[in-house]
Design a protein around this ligand. Structure first.
Ligand SMILES: [Ca+2]
Ligand SMILES: [Ca+2]
Ligand SMILES: [Ca+2]
Length: 167
């Protein structure tokens, strides 16, 4: 009886450990039904970081969103990007991504351009932390399109500040 009790406790502990492991798996394990996904992120802008609008390097921090559909055009208008701290960016203007097309969502201020594949957050503060963060990407409906968590240590082996997700 005593032995049985010990075994039961052991099994329960293992089950709890397995459960917490499952919970701790980063969000990128999940796969959502979406044509638009995160191709990669330059989360650490090259060089010494400065959030000054003039002369700073926030523009060199960017998220790349790509249309992985072979047939569907997708308008970015209404899509939302959030980080772990709840900082939020909404694509407010129409910007159509053709199949295979991509956009760089850059920090800082600038002129959005379909031809140059760029949208600016119009905010000179950095959004993506250099040590770790989570990238949440939502459809206009509020449904998740893609989510990825990173740490510099685990996900950026070459240390260049860039991480590839859906290449
Ligand atoms: Ca930097
Ligand atoms: Ca952040
Ligand atoms: Ca890298």
């Amino acid at each position: 009886m005593r032995m049985h009790h010990v075994l039961t406790v052991g099994a329960t502990t293992a089950a709890v450990a397995a459960l917490s492991l499952t919970t701790a798996v980063p969000a990128q394990a999940a796969e959502y039904s979406s044509a638009l996904k995160i191709k990669g992120i330059q989360y650490d802008a090259p060089g010494r970081d400065s959030n000054k609008c003039s002369g700073g390097n926030t523009k060199n921090e960017y998220l790349t969103i790509k249309n992985y559909s072979k047939t569907a055009k997708v308008n970015l208008k209404g899509y939302v990007v959030k980080d772990a701290a709840g900082n939020k960016f909404t694509f407010k203007s129409s910007h159509t991504l053709e199949p295979g097309d991509y956009v760089h969502l850059r920090g800082g201020r600038g002129t959005d351009s379909d031809g140059k594949n760029v949208v600016y957050r119009q905010n000179c503060n950095f959004m993506w932390n250099n040590d770790k963060d989570t990238i949440y990407f939502y459809k206009p409906s509020g449904a998740r399109a893609d989510v990825h968590s990173y740490t510099k240590k685990a996900n950026d082996r070459d240390g260049n500040g860039y991480i590839t997700y859906h290449g």
